[in-house]
Write a protein that binds this ligand. Structure first.
Ligand SMILES: [Zn+2]
Ligand SMILES: [Zn+2]
Length: 258
């Protein structure tokens, strides 16, 4: 069994979603977690997780979306989290300083709200981090010291130092298709050092299709390629990595699924 720990099924055309989910199931991707990027997606994600047994969901707002649509309140997050038992995570949230005129203060304020909701509900956070390692380490560490919370660093592309700090707080590290890219040798090196019991795999579909599908629209079925590469990096078999990453997912979210 494989689990895609981070995809955006809500971003696919409604007419394609049944096929996308079937494609995943047919190659052994038995479950998926639909991460949420914007306030405008909240309702749709509730509908999707209620429709598909094999899809779990998250509620949250991506840092770039916070800039576009205005940040969401804790009350709003809590309201939507409570709408379905299949909402098992908060996010994605985080920091993204890759844009030209990013609003650092607003992103940080929004991240803090998401962290506080994670502390309040006990649900894991899905963290997006791009070009923002220093602030991310400061903010997560200082909040964690006051009250612990669970988190996944999704689509991990940072350094071993960053990984070590995150692992020190008990967080999970998720590998995306980027680990299959030719120029990602350093990142593969980092992944070779991460303890097995903290590894997850994801697509971040429809973005970031792994080799050999680069340039195509990514979909949860393609997480197979990321798991294959992770097996190669860690010296495990594909079946072992599938099993390890699925067990990690189930443990983190306390799910009794087969
Ligand atoms: Zn992200
Ligand atoms: Zn995402």
């Amino acid at each position: 069994m494989l689990i895609d720990s981070h995809c955006h099924l809500d971003m696919f055309d409604d007419s394609l979603r049944d096929t996308i989910v079937e494609n995943a199931n047919s190659v052994g991707v038995k479950y998926m977690l639909n991460a949420c990027s914007a306030r405008v997606c909240f309702e749709k994600i509730i509908d999707i997780v209620e429709k598909y047994d094999c899809v779990f969901g998250a509620i949250g707002q991506h840092p770039e979306e916070a800039e576009r649509e205005g940040k969401v309140s804790k009350q709003d997050l809590l309201k939507f989290i409570s709408k379905s038992k299949k909402i098992i995570a908060i996010g994605e949230t985080g920091l993204d300083y890759s844009g030209e005129n990013f609003n650092r203060d607003l992103q940080i304020e929004n991240l803090l709200n998401h962290i506080e909701v994670a502390q309040q509900t006990g649900l894991p956070l899905i963290i997006h981090n791009r070009d923002s390692n220093d602030d991310m380490i400061d903010i997560l560490s200082s909040k964690f010291k006051k009250q612990s919370f669970k988190a996944i660093i999704h689509c991990f592309t940072a350094t071993k130092e960053m990984a070590d700090v995150m692992l020190g707080m008990g967080f999970y590290i998720s590998a995306s298709g980027i680990i299959t890219f030719k120029n990602a040798a350093d990142l593969r090196g980092v992944f070779s050092t991460i303890p097995y019991d903290r590894l997850l795999v994801e697509t971040d579909s429809p973005f970031l299709a792994p080799v050999p599908f680069r340039g195509k629209t990514n979909e949860p079925a393609f997480v197979v390629e990321t798991a294959k590469k992770l097996a190669e990096i860690t010296g495990k078999t594909f079946d072992e990595i599938s099993n390890i990453s699925s067990e990690n997912f189930k443990r983190l979210f306390q799910l009794d699924i087969k």
